[in-house]
Write a protein that binds this ligand. Structure first.
Ligand code: NAD
Length: 329
């Protein structure tokens, strides 16, 4: 294990970047070197707010760091990450990894050449509600995602598929390890010049079907996942941190005592539905994500969300966006 403290910086300290700084301040095994933001006023504000060194250009920050979080607008991820890797820094790139798959591939190649880690900020992988399901044998045949958010200007430099839907695409690809064989998608622009509301229907080779709805024009914030498979229905509220599992057993099956059970009659014989609400630990997802970044660097491990994972999620997102574009024309 690499015992030295990892020297970390943050590039882009807008809405999300300030939370990266805040969390890094609370994590062990690192030295927070400082930050860089292209906006002078923002730099001044963050410097005073966090009492941290502010660097006047990216190059100077990179020359003093082993690793950086890249929390700039998506369209700048490629250039900033390329410069960071060329300066021998490990990178945690906020989602989506880049705008194009080709850019993501170039970064992955460069990281390999430089022997550096790319982690991508698909933060939902650290959601404790999803974590609580790890002990169950999830093998869904139908998955439904719903992610609705009130409108904000942030993130609208890319379509909703790359901004919000990509979170669910990444969760989906982590749950269903199979090849996508068919995509149907529709979307609409309501407030911005790009797609604000989208729906995708994705079919996998072994038969799983996923339906994903994403909107950035909603009154309320909704982040829900429903997983259906033979004899089991699981529902996850990613916002509320709640997971619930209903399973169907025969009367002769061994049913764990802790489960709440309810008999029901099917036309063949009597079955039992069980209800389980696994304990969801209350932990900060961003802190877990950044800790995984530091751990991966110190132990030379592949992070939970690798550059390759980020590229796969982007690749499916781009195909969904292309399917939407075909429908719009
Ligand atoms: P933001 O607009 O609030 O902040 C971006 C900051 O980057 C600004 O302060 C801007 O001045 C600075 N900046 C722009 N170009 C720069 C450059 N070349 N070098 C240095 N600084 C630069 O945006 P945000 O909401 O914080 O989003 C930033 C990134 O984080 C986006 O890629 C977004 O998709 C992602 N994001 C991820 C999540 C998540 O859940 N993982 C949530 C929100 C945002």
């Amino acid at each position: 294990m690499n015992k030295h403290l990892v020297k970390v910086g943050v590039v882009g300290t807008g809405h999300l970047g300030q939370y990266h700084l805040k969390q890094y301040k609370s994590i062990d095994n690192l030295e927070l070197i400082g930050f860089y933001d292209i906006n002078n006023d923002r730099r001044k504000f963050i410097k005073e707010e966090f009492s941290l060194p502010s660097f006047e250009n990216l190059k100077k920050l990179l020359s003093q760091c082993d690793a950086v979080s890249i929390v700039t607008p998506t369209k700048t991820h490629f250039e900033v990450a390329k410069e960071a890797l060329q300066s021998n820094c490990h990178v945690l790139i906020e989602k989506p990894i880049t705008v194009t798959v080709e850019e993501a591939e170039n970064l992955i190649l460069l990281a390999k050449e430089k022997k550096k880690i790319i982690q991508v900020g698909h933060i939902e992988r650290f959601n404790p509600a999803l974590e609580s399901l790890k002990k169950y044998n999830l093998n869904p045949t139908y998955v439904e995602f719903q992610r609705l958010a009130p409108y904000t200007v942030r993130g609208t430099d890319v379509p909703v598929v790359l901004d919000l839907m990509i979170h669910d695409i990444d969760i989906l690809l982590s749950l269903v390890k199979d090849t996508v064989i068919d995509i149907h998608a529709t979307g609409l622009s309501i407030l911005t010049e790009s797609v604000d509301i989208a729906h995708a229907l994705i079919k996998f080779k072994k038969g799983c079907v996923a339906s994903i709805t994403s909107s950035r024009i909603s009154k309320e914030k909704v982040r829900k996942v429903k997983l259906y498979q033979k004899n089991s229905y699981t529902t996850v509220d990613l916002n509320a941190g709640l997971s619930e599992i209903y399973q169907v057993f025969s009367r002769d099956d061994m049913i764990p005592k802790a489960l709440i059970t309810k008999p029901f009659i099917r036309n063949d014989k009597t079955k039992i539905i069980t209800y389980d609400k696994p304990k969801v630990f209350n932990s900060d997802m961003l802190k877990l994500e950044l800790e995984n970044f530091i751990y991966s660097i110190r132990n030379n491990r592949i992070p939970i969300v690798s550059g390759e994972d980020g590229k796969e999620a982007l690749s499916l997102a781009v195909k969904i966006q292309e399917a939407i574009n075909k429908g719009i024309k």
